[in-house]
Design a binder for this molecule. Structure first.
Ligand SMILES: C[S@@+](CC[C@H](N)C(=O)[O-])C[C@H]1O[C@@H](n2cnc3c(N)ncnc32)[C@H](O)[C@@H]1O
Length: 242
């Protein structure tokens, strides 16, 4: 587990623990960076992530969704796409018992992938510095999954924001569509897929693809997802192969 939750925004890296020691030196920071820091520091999910040892606040989005829909179960194999810094993987490790801590329950598997380096986590296999859309990544992924199959695919991926809303939306939808392609290859019948997207004109295309493959597809906006963000999630359950 991480000792400190880290506030990250481009070049700002400040541990929450260090902020307790004294006033924050904002000298040299741009107004946008200052606004971002102030928002982070007053965010209850950032504080909760620190006290509960999650790597970032996004853990609470997955916790809320899983508390409601129970998609992560002991013994499950999970692929976490866009896993860095690793908060969703932390949740998945706990819920599927991939450390084997609860000996009365079956032991699951968690495999996380990211373009960035992911700090190691007990109970998870990480493919750092790997692109989910690269066929070479897929081959490695399959070798880490029992029977080369997954019960759940998670994607909290986000492309580097260009600032152009439509372009960023399209890029993220394309990433989601690659995740749907991955699901067709590795997901077990009955499996689930949870993916983040930014709302926009192409969302219906993603929804249509998901609806052809899953019995139940719904849109979710968890409480931990900031209201001002265009971020939404599709939860697709009960996979049925075409
Ligand atoms: C919002 S963060 C994920 C946070 C993570 N769910 C957590 O709880 O720690 C989005 C991540 O998606 C990753 N990403 C974007 N495009 C990717 C790709 N093509 N392949 C793998 N990871 C990607 C980014 O590097 C970034 O780390």
């Amino acid at each position: 587990m991480l000792k400190h939750t880290v506030l990250q925004r481009s070049f700002i890296h400040i541990s929450v623990a260090s902020l307790k020691k004294g006033p924050l030196n904002l000298k040299g920071k741009s107004p946008a960076d200052k606004r971002w820091l102030v928002r982070q520091l007053s965010d209850p999910f950032v504080k909760a992530a620190h006290t509960q040892n999650y790597r970032c606040r996004s853990a609470f989005k997955l916790l809320e969704i899983d508390d409601k829909f129970n998609i992560l179960r002991p013994g499950h194999s999970v692929i976490d796409c866009g896993a860095a810094p690793g908060a969703w993987s932390q949740v998945a490790v706990q819920r599927v018992n991939s450390t084997g801590e609860h000996m009365e329950n079956p032991r699951g598997t968690v495999v996380g992938i990211d373009l960035l380096r992911i700090t190691p986590l007990d109970g998870a296999h990480f493919l750092s510095n790997q692109d989910i859309t690269d066929p070479a990544t897929e081959a490695q992924l399959l070798s880490l999954l029992p029977d080369a199959r997954a019960d759940v695919i998670l994607s909290d991926m986000a492309p580097n924001a260009s600032g152009l809303r439509e372009l960023d939306h399209e890029r993220l939808i394309n990433l989601c569509l690659s995740v749907v392609g991955l699901a067709e290859k590795v997901l077990r019948p009955g499996g689930s897929l949870l993916c983040k997207y930014w709302d926009g004109a192409l969302a219906h295309k993603l929804q249509t693809n998901l609806s052809q493959l899953f019995q139940d597809v719904r849109t979710i906006k968890p409480k931990a997802s900031r209201k001002e963000s265009a971020e939404l999630f599709y939860l697709a359950r009960t996979f049925r192969k075409r």
